[in-house]
Design a protein around this ligand. Structure first.
Ligand code: AMP
Ligand code: MG
Length: 490
């Protein structure tokens, strides 16, 4: 069996990518294959599990029809522009058209050095590979646009980080790997023709409607802005922190990409930061909408020469589109939060009700996920149920809010039963809690025991279901179990 790889990206100007070959690993062992995703992609899971499949997934052989490349990109890292980053440890095997007709990239992460590796070894350690597998698949199950994990393979090689660690390769699937930084790279080259080719390619691949707009490049910016406003509002509704929202880690498709030191909130805290190198809280939970629009302004800058030959006009038009972000984000945020509270109608006081709940959760150190899940179970006698109140260290303030919430619910046209059903479908019972991920990684890295990894991945596939066997995965960290910082460890 062969994978029907195509490589439409290679039709773009050569400055935007480099042909590469994966480097072989010593002793590849398949850790996990995502059978459902393989089926969606029209790939034969049995073949992938076999000798040839394993060789392809580890980078030990380049599959037939694949012409592997590494993509060039720039990026603002923590606000500082780096003109040449690129796929330093990722190799794009090619694209496949999935069973729904969508073009998807298949990429090996950790498959060896490329012309963009700088001082890096092009390799990935096992821990970050498992983390990306767990979190990206959990995000998909939660309904958030995201890159996917097709497979994780242990390499049998050691990679040298602060300490020597077992190596691994992740096979990542994305609707594309084109980033804000890809446009920055094309713009930095000063080659307008290449920039235009890239923009035309992205329009055709992701936003064909923009192609027929009066100004396709302005329309492209508008589509990316909308996709990101929607994505970030979705993150915020689930307590997800990306951790490193550099412009090179923001996909123009609107999928979540590049899971590094990412995490989900336990207790609600807008100032929460996970990345060990984020000293100033640039990528703190509550800052994510602001950072997104900052990144989108960098995309707009890159697109300016295409938007209008008159710079002032181009800037004015781009600014107008960027201003849409705040409106679209607020709108999407309100929609998510109303759904989380079971509000099927829109009333003017809703924004304040939501804000007061979040302030009360912050003040009362309430667990984000448990609070919304408990709110989904209707109260028995009108008062706040005990299992809800006990999540707050400020129960009086919470009870005050809860009374206002009940007043609001009395003006809802839907029945409590209908409301419960709707809320249980948007307020997850399970999220990939950071302390769980750390213990799964530790079992794999220290003891070579992958059973906890498989159990966690399986449980996270149905995050909204009320399954007793998933009880152990719902608990927030006990005192002392909290993970304070996540090291990039890449
Ligand atoms: P990331 O932290 O994943 O967003 O990566 C930032 C940049 O560093 C990208 O250009 C990566 O390709 C590159 N990079 C990260 N780790 C490595 C590595 N081990 N070897 C080579 N390049 C790397
Ligand atoms: Mg990255």
């Amino acid at each position: 069996m062969a994978i029907a790889f195509e490589s439409t990206f290679s039709s773009l100007p050569e400055s935007l990518f480099s042909p590469v070959r994966p480097s072989a690993v010593r002793q590849p062992v398949l850790i996990r294959l995502n059978d459902d995703l393989a089926a969606d992609l029209g790939l034969n899971a049995q073949w992938l599990r076999g000798t040839e499949g394993l060789a392809a997934l580890s980078g030990n052989a380049v599959p037939h029809a694949s012409t592997p490349i590494a993509l060039a990109y720039s990026g603002h890292q923590f606000g500082t522009f780096v003109p040449r980053l690129g796929d330093g440890r990722a190799i794009l095997l090619g694209e496949v058209v999935d069973r729904s007709g969508h073009r998807r990239d298949i990429q090996l992460k950790g498959a060896g050095r490329t012309p963009y590796s700088r001082r890096g070894d092009g390799r990935a350690a096992l821990g970050p590979v498992l983390r990306e597998y767990i979190v990206s698949e959990a995000m998909a199950a939660l309904g958030v646009p995201t890159t996917r994990a097709l497979a994780a393979v242990a390499t049998g090689d050691r990679v040298q980080r602060e300490i020597g660690l077992p190596g691994a390769v992740l096979t990542r699937v994305a609707s594309s790997h084109i980033r804000v930084g890809t446009f920055q790279y094309a713009a930095t080259q000063g080659d307008i023709a290449a920039l235009r080719s890239l923009a035309d390619y992205v329009i055709a691949r992701h936003y064909p409607q923009a192609g027929t707009a009066q100004n396709p490049y302005l329309a492209l910016l508008d589509h990316v802005v909308r996709a990101q406003a929607s994505l970030i509002a979705h993150w915020m509704s689930l307590g997800f922190i990306h951790g490193v929202m550099n412009t090179d880690n923001m996909a123009v498709s609107g999928e979540t990409i590049d899971y590094g030191p990412c995490a989900f909130l336990d207790t609600y805290d807008p100032a929460k930061v996970f990345s060990s190198i984020d000293e100033f809280g640039r990528y703190a939970f509550g800052n994510q909408p602001r950072v997104a629009v900052w990144n989108l302004a960098r995309l707009a800058e890159a697109l300016l020469p295409l938007i209008d030959t008159n710079v002032d006009d181009a800037v004015a038009r781009a600014q107008e589109v960027l201003a849409g972000f705040a409106i679209q984000y607020e709108d999407a945020h309100l929609r998510h939060m109303r759904a989380k509270l079971g509000l099927s109608t829109a009333m003017s006081e809703d924004a304040q009700l939501i804000e007061e709940l979040l302030l009360t959760m912050h003040d009362g150190r309430a667990d984000f996920t448990l609070t919304f899940r408990a709110l989904s179970q209707p109260s028995v006698n009108g008062g706040a149920p005990a299992e809800l109140t006990k999540l707050f260290s400020n129960p009086e303030r919470f009870n005050g809010w809860y009374e206002r919430y009940q007043d609001r619910l009395r003006r809802e046209p839907v029945s409590p039963l209908e409301r419960e059903r709707a809320m249980m479908g948007v307020n997850p019972r399970l999220i990939p809690r950071n302390h769980r991920i750390e213990s799964v990684i530790s079992a794999a890295v220290t003891d070579g025991d992958y059973a906890p990894f498989h159990e966690l991945v399986a449980a996270l596939a149905t995050p909204y279901a009320e399954k007793p066997e998933n009880d152990p995965f719902t608990a927030p960290p006990a005192p002392g179990e909290e993970v304070l910082r996540t090291f990039c460890g890449t």
